[in-house]
Write a protein that binds this ligand. Structure first.
Ligand SMILES: *[C@@H]1O[C@H](CO)[C@@H](O)[C@H](O)[C@H]1NC(C)=O
Ligand SMILES: *[C@@H]1O[C@H](CO)[C@@H](O)[C@H](O)[C@H]1NC(C)=O
Ligand SMILES: *[C@@H]1O[C@H](CO)[C@@H](O)[C@H](O)[C@H]1NC(C)=O
Ligand SMILES: *[C@@H]1O[C@H](CO)[C@@H](O)[C@H](O)[C@H]1NC(C)=O
Ligand SMILES: *[C@@H]1O[C@H](CO)[C@@H](O)[C@H](O)[C@H]1NC(C)=O
Ligand SMILES: *[C@@H]1O[C@H](CO)[C@@H](O)[C@H](O)[C@H]1NC(C)=O
Ligand SMILES: *[C@@H]1O[C@H](CO)[C@@H](O)[C@H](O)[C@H]1NC(C)=O
Ligand SMILES: *[C@@H]1O[C@H](CO)[C@@H](O)[C@H](O)[C@H]1NC(C)=O
Ligand SMILES: *[C@@H]1O[C@H](CO)[C@@H](O)[C@H](O)[C@H]1NC(C)=O
Ligand SMILES: *[C@@H]1O[C@H](CO)[C@@H](O)[C@H](O)[C@H]1NC(C)=O
Length: 343
């Protein structure tokens, strides 16, 4: 009787272990047969090879990050294994091309074979040396969600058709010799309904009317428009965009005010250095519990410094110089060990 009682659980335990090991080997079998590197599509391989043939590696490129990814590309191997190339695991379609900082030089022709990579979701060509303009045609890449042309040495106008990439979540055109005209930018703000990161530092936006920033979607997290020749009133509402974390408006000629309430509670970084923002620093600044960097220097702020400013525990950089602010700085500010403080 006692034996029987003990045997049963042991037998069922053995059965369970057997069952688990079958399931396990089945799973590892199927995952190893589903998860090998997918095979690159012939049309994608040919598009990548043609693209590669239009570019050169500049051995004198001296960026710290410089590493020539395309050098190892080999025609007789699966392009899904090439450095910088990522394929869809099931279909084998190329979905991401990351050639950031790869010492590339050359130019993108108006019919660049990049446009044939129909499955492309991410394209990162940042920190290379392309001469000439950004060709029109990127709107053919209808699935693109991430586009990074930062520091690519492009010149000329941003083509209107970039503004048709309505699925973009992230666009970085910073540090080129580019110009964004009013119509293209207006269209971008209306079409990009999923945008989270917009970085246009050093792009000439002298024709853009700053009120158009208000049409950006409320999904916006990062807005970088440093040194863009922007003039005029910047909409206060942007600081209230629900998800906003990072805003750099420095080195423009923008006027405007800080909001007196309802700031985005996610704000970590605000740089308004060298503009003509006016009015007071509202007490509600004390609501920015996540803020680490705040530079309001070289503006026209006036009035008393709110004491709430000195209760911001995460703040490490605070710059207020060259305004018309008054008030006593606390001689002893608690929780500010690392603060670089500059009035
Ligand atoms: C390309 O790959 C083939 C097959 O793996 C190999 O035999 C050949 O040496 C490679 N070529 C270069 C230039 O690395
Ligand atoms: C890609 O281009 C680089 C030079 O830009 C070259 O070294 C490499 O062999 C090329 N690879 C293929 C497969 O064409
Ligand atoms: C692009 O057009 C030029 C002539 O306009 C042609 O020589 C070249 O082969 C074309 N390139 C591609 C990738 O179709
Ligand atoms: C970029 O390439 C051009 C030639 O196409 C060259 O004159 C220039 O010095 C390069 N710039 C950098 C920063 O390497
Ligand atoms: C674009 O690429 C640069 C360099 O790789 C990177 O620092 C930057 O954060 C990227 N921009 C965005 C918006 O992801
Ligand atoms: C983009 O905006 C333009 C004008 O505002 C409009 O004609 C076009 O249909 C929009 N395209 C998309 C994909 O939203
Ligand atoms: C920006 O564009 C405007 C209008 O085309 C031009 O007058 C101005 O010189 C440009 N600014 C810079 C810094 O290139
Ligand atoms: C606060 O901002 C949100 C959008 O970020 C908006 O929906 C809401 O109406 C604003 N509330 C006030 C009181 O302004
Ligand atoms: C923000 O700060 C103001 C003034 O200090 C305060 O009245 C308000 O309750 C705070 N909270 C929000 C969500 O605005
Ligand atoms: C103070 O800021 C203004 C911009 O608002 C700038 O034009 C001026 O040069 C700055 N003064 C000093 C001394 O830095």
């Amino acid at each position: 009787m006692g034996k029987f009682i003990w045997l049963c659980p042991i037998r069922s335990l053995l059965f369970v272990l057997f069952f688990l090991s079958v399931v396990d080997s089945f799973l590892s079998l199927s995952s190893s047969s589903l998860n090998p590197t997918p095979l690159c599509l012939p049309e994608d391989t040919s598009a990548l090879l043609q693209f590669n043939n239009t570019l050169f590696i500049d051995e004198s490129a001296h960026d710290l990050c410089a590493y020539p990814k395309t050098k190892s590309w080999n025609e007789s191997t699966n392009c899904c294994t090439w450095e910088g190339v990522t394929c869809n695991k099931v279909t084998g379609q190329v979905i991401s091309l990351d050639l950031s900082c790869s010492m590339l030089t050359g130019s993108l022709s108006p019919n660049t074979s990049l446009f044939r990579l129909q499955g492309l979701k991410r394209l990162d060509l940042s920190f290379n040396n392309f001469s000439g303009s950004i060709p029109s045609g990127f709107s053919q890449l209808v699935s693109l969600t991430y586009l990074n042309f930062s520091g690519c040495s492009f010149s000329g106008s941003v083509p209107l058709d970039i503004s048709l990439l309505s699925k973009l979540i992230s666009l970085d055109l910073s540090t080129n010799d580019l110009k964004f005209d009013r119509q293209s930018f207006d269209m971008l703000t209306r079409n990009f309904s999923k945008l989270e990161n917009l970085v246009l530092d050093l792009v000439n936006m002298s024709d853009v009317v700053p009120t158009s920033f208000m049409n950006l979607p409320s999904s916006l997290k990062q807005l970088g428009i440093k040194f863009c020749n922007l003039k005029g009133k910047f909409p206060t509402e942007i600081f209230q965009f629900r998800y906003l974390e990072y805003v750099d408006l420095s080195l423009n000629s923008l006027t405007g005010y800080l909001p007196s309430s309802n700031w985005s509670s996610h704000l970590k970084y605000i740089d308004l250095n060298d503009n003509q923002f006016r009015g007071s620093i509202p007490a509600s600044i004390g609501n920015l519990t996540k803020i680490t960097f705040l530079d309001l220097s070289n503006n026209e702020f006036q009035g008393q410094l709110p004491s709430a400013l000195f209760s911001l525990k995460q703040l490490t950089d605070l710059v207020l110089s060259n305004n018309s602010l008054e008030g006593l700085l606390p001689t002893h500010v608690r929780g500010f060990q690392d603060l670089k403080f500059c009035v």
